[in-house]
Design a protein around this ligand. Structure first.
Ligand code: GDP
Ligand code: PGA
Ligand code: MN
Ligand code: MN
Length: 612
């Protein structure tokens, strides 16, 4: 047996948690960092890390009067988004990863990645970040521990998750946690100069659903490196939800209050960069309605003792798409970041030390762009990467709902599924019932965006906006959704299920212009949703569900003709008939795993479209 390696900090562990200590030691011995730091989440730690990152050139401190305690980061131009091609679900059986995920046997992945991790933290500090997804006051707090060699990741995790000493204390000596290992994969040789954004050309984002482990290598970009978010809360979370009877979903959560003071809670699943953050923070344009934010990306939903479905946001921050965010589109996001304490990645820097991005009004005469070059309005290139992000504490959101910290969550009245479709999909439709709603979700389609590496604007099926995030076989995931529709145990409870709607803010006219103004005006759609829950709003029964009549939608004060509203709401049987072979092809991927109920829904849709 070899003697234990002496790595400064390794033995200064402020915990007696055996499994954690063993894992940290094992990882340090494999990755051989220069030092180990146990993160406490304190202001002092934030100060020290951000100072260090400024010193090394990884961050630029913004003007303290404009954006207090905030920083500008630029990634390597190759490391700007989630890497779906390099994301793996390493279940023991390949069939448990299913046809929508990349798969490798856990033992093969572990041997490949162990060789990548060997010595990979040389010349760097290894940080240990205890974190908790969701409130620490939960009956069963959802603990994780991330090990990373990136100080940028530590700073970002401090914004995005509850982390530090309080979590480590709550973890105690034996609580369960998800181990999440991250390395940028760029060891620093003695005497070598570091780059501002270390990363590797070899990337793996791997998940081991049975053992609830995450191994990430080679990327510093948030979606690949902040392992509490997509990796734990969605991929591992969804596998936990399958086993334990709950749902981990790619959903915003909002609270809506009507002019009469009635309160509703709505979740919405839209693919990445399709409007979740904006809807979550919406400022209604219709008088008397109020929206409060609960979450902008992830919802964990389980049945309460009263048979209703409750949602919790496991996150602590907002990781929002920057371009397009402005006081006209998302004033509450602007107010949130104005309070400071934020990280901005791949946006542009103004000459007075503020940030700027496309969509924020008139461009200044000069900027430093996301690649660090001089930029002027004549440059003919975007100043900010289309997937540039703001990372900011959710507690700073001026319309955060008071129930945000409630470990039991909020009871959900309506679920919205939505995508980005230039054609075919109407502004809003209500599903006939739960099974039809699951069909709408399972067949959801959307144009790809810059949030993932790859071609933008290609229509693909993105079931429940979870295509890149389902941690198991999507056929089993559909079955789980159907099962959840049986309610909280008692058959009568199906009345209490949320009603399901399908929205599309992104339909275009023949000139390519959006048919619906979107943003704050989406409150008009929320109003119709509420009126449907109350049974007071009119709808036409179309082939794809109940769609508002143009009169049923409140368009008072909206600068749209009746024809334009009708065009946004139109259901063309011909366009939908063209979707049928695509849906059939999609469903066939799942073979026996596809619940028969969904084939029956497809048959019913065909019948309504007059196809036999
Ligand atoms: P998320 O990634 O799902 O949270 O999406 P975001 O809310 O960050 O929005 C992604 C992009 O879509 C941003 O550029 C927004 O400005 C834009 N967007 C969001 N909501 C709407 C809308 O209602 N209409 C239109 N046309 N664009 C929107
Ligand atoms: P988004 O979150 O959904 O807000 O874009 C990040 C992502 O999904 O990559
Ligand atoms: Mn997301
Ligand atoms: Mn978002």
């Amino acid at each position: 047996m070899s003697a234990p390696v002496a790595i400064p900090g390794l033995d200064r562990a402020p915990t007696k948690h055996r499994r954690l200590l063993d894992w940290v030691r094992e990882t340090a011995e494999l990755t051989t960092p220069d030092a180990v730091v146990w993160c406490d989440g304190s202001d002092e730690e934030w100060q020290r890390l951000t100072d260090q990152l400024v010193e090394s050139g990884a961050l630029v401190r913004l003007n303290d009067e404009l954006k207090p305690n905030s920083f500008w980061a630029r990634t390597d131009p190759s490391d700007v988004a989630r890497v779906e091609e390099r994301t793996y679900i390493c279940s023991v059986d390949e069939s448990d990863a299913g046809p929508t995920n990349n798969w490798m046997a856990p033992s093969d992945m572990k041997s490949t990645m162990t060789e990548l991790y060997r010595g990979c933290m040389r010349g760097r500090t290894m940080y240990v970040i205890p974190f908790c997804m969701g409130p620490l006051t939960a009956e069963k707090p959802m603990f994780g521990v991330e090990i990373t060699d990136s100080a940028y990741v530590v700073a970002s995790m401090r914004i995005m998750a509850r982390m530090g000493s309080a979590v480590l204390d709550a973890l105690g000596g034996d609580a369960d946690f998800v181990p999440a290992l991250h390395s940028v994969g760029a060891p620093l040789e003695p005497g070598a100069e570091d780059v501002a954004w270390p990363c590797s050309d070899t990337k793996y984002i791997s998940h081991f659903p049975e053992t609830r482990e995450i191994w990430s290598f080679g990327s510093g970009y948030g979606g690949n490196s902040l392992l509490g978010k997509k990796c734990f809360s969605l991929r591992i979370g969804s596998a936990m939800g399958r086993d334990e009877g709950w749902l981990a979903e790619h959903m915003l959560i909002l609270r809506l209050t009507s002019p009469e003071g009635k309160v509703y809670h709505v979740t919405g699943a839209f693919p990445s960069a399709c409007g979740k953050t904006n809807l979550a923070m919406l400022e209604p344009t219709i008088p008397g309605w109020k929206v409060e934010t609960l979450g902008d990306d992830i919802a964990w939903m389980r049945f309460g003792a009263d048979g209703r479905l409750y949602a919790v946001n496991p996150e602590y921050g907002l990781f929002g798409v920057a371009p397009g965010t402005d006081y006209t589109t998302n004033p509450n996001a602007m107010r949130t970041i104005a309070k400071g304490n934020s990280l901005f990645t791949n946006v542009a820097l103004t000459d007075d030390g503020d940030i700027w991005w496309e969509g924020m009004g008139e461009p200044p005469a000069h900027l430093t762009d996301w690649k660090g070059r001089d930029w002027t309005p004549e440059s003919g290139e975007l100043s900010s990467h289309p997937n540039s992000r703001f990372c900011t504490p959710i507690k700073q959101c001026p319309i955060l709902a008071d129930s945000y910290e409630d470990p039991n969550g909020v009871p959900i009245d309506a679920i919205l599924f939505g995508g980005r479709r230039a054609t075919t999909v109407p502004l809003v439709s209500q599903s006939r019932d739960w099974a039809h709603g699951v069909f709408q979700g399972a067949t959801l389609s959307s144009e790809t965006t810059a949030a993932a590496v790859g071609q933008v604007g290609v229509v693909r099926r993105d079931p429940m906006a979870m295509l890149p995030f389902i941690g198991y076989n999507a056929g089993d995931y559909f079955r789980h959704w159907i099962e959840m529709g049986k309610g909280g145990g008692d058959a009568a409870d199906t009345d209490k299920l949320p009603k399901i709607f399908y929205v599309n803010w992104f339909r275009r006219d023949d000139d390519g212009k959006f048919l619906w103004p979107g943003f704050g005006e989406n409150s008009r759609v929320l109003k119709w949703v509420v009126e449907r829950l109350e049974g007071t709003a009119d709808a036409v029964d179309t082939a794809v569900g109940h769609v508002p009549t143009p009169e049923a939608l409140d368009t008072d004060g909206l600068d749209l003709t009746r024809e334009e509203v009708s065009a946004a709401l139109a259901v063309s049987d011909e366009e939908w008939r063209a979707e049928l072979p695509l849906i059939t092809e999609w469903f066939e991927k799942f073979g026996d795993k596809l619940p028969g109920v969904l084939w029956a829904e497809l048959d019913a849709l065909k019948a309504r479209l007059g196809v036999t």
